[in-house]
Ligand binder design. Sequence first.
Ligand SMILES: NC(=O)c1ccc[n+]([C@@H]2O[C@H](COP(=O)([O-])OP(=O)(O)OC[C@H]3O[C@@H](n4cnc5c(N)ncnc54)[C@H](OP(=O)(O)O)[C@@H]3O)[C@@H](O)[C@H]2O)c1
Length: 263
Amino acid sequence: MSCYRDALVVVTGAGSGIGRQMCLQLGRQGARVVLAGRRAARLQVVQEEVARLGGSAVVAACDVTDARQVLQWTESILKTAGAVDVLVNNAGRGAYGRFELVAVDDHDAVIDTNLKGIIHTTHAMLPSMLERGEGQLVYVSSVLGQLPAPEHAVYGATKFAVNAFAESLRHELYGRGIDIVVAAPGLVDSEFAAASGRPVARFAKVPMKSAAAAAADVLRAMERRQHLAVGDRLSAAAIRLRRYAPKLFGWLFRHAFARLRDR
Ligand SMILES: NC(=O)c1ccc[n+]([C@@H]2O[C@H](COP(=O)([O-])OP(=O)(O)OC[C@H]3O[C@@H](n4cnc5c(N)ncnc54)[C@H](OP(=O)(O)O)[C@@H]3O)[C@@H](O)[C@H]2O)c1
């Protein structure tokens, strides 16, 4: 039996990709899912999909970059759906390209969504979890949170920050009943590339996981209460190489990205 049966699980970025697939899988397992994101129409489609699978989901649209909205959203969820057992911070975006060619507004939007977003949601939801002495906080980071990559400088910086934020909170909240899980997917086939301006054709030959497989990885990490779950073996090996042989890693990584650029 799923450990999330009857649990109230809030998922941000639930309208597409990994978030949508997590909601379908959680719904199938009998969790009560709260679907968050900016586009309510997309969330309603996912709500219907969860219902068709026999699950239960409610729509609670929210822009995680807006702290005041997040506070009202949290109060409304606590009032209408009850205590939140799990908060999955999955909403995210990138701004692909050479650093100086990407507009500063796009860099800002990446920071606002990926970093300020998790600060807003965690700040709003944590007090009620602490009051009950239980809860799980999940952060969907990225392997680029451990592998700084060309043309992803700000995105990678936000995912490094996500990892540091989660680790700091884990120390701070030790012994207070709050689980903190970080999942770090590698490349995933979703709307992320198009939304982030990543040239889809150039990356077409790079192995990618389906959003369903990436969602299953995140759920497994949640069930196992893993502190930091890296989504694929090649990335895990690259992270080790960067730690123990940084010069060799740097050469190989630059070479791999230069080949991608030439496509
Ligand atoms: N795809 C990859 O290769 C990959 C790899 C590693 C990690 N990740 C991470 O995985 C997570 C999910 O990405 P994905 O691949 O599933 O991409 P996706 O399909 O583009 O999903 C991102 C979701 O975030 C939501 N979102 C964006 N800005 C938001 C905001 N301000 N407030 C609330 N929701 C917002 C979007 O919905 P709305 O536009 O409706 O708000 C969208 O549903 C992200 O954190 C991403 O960084 C992705």
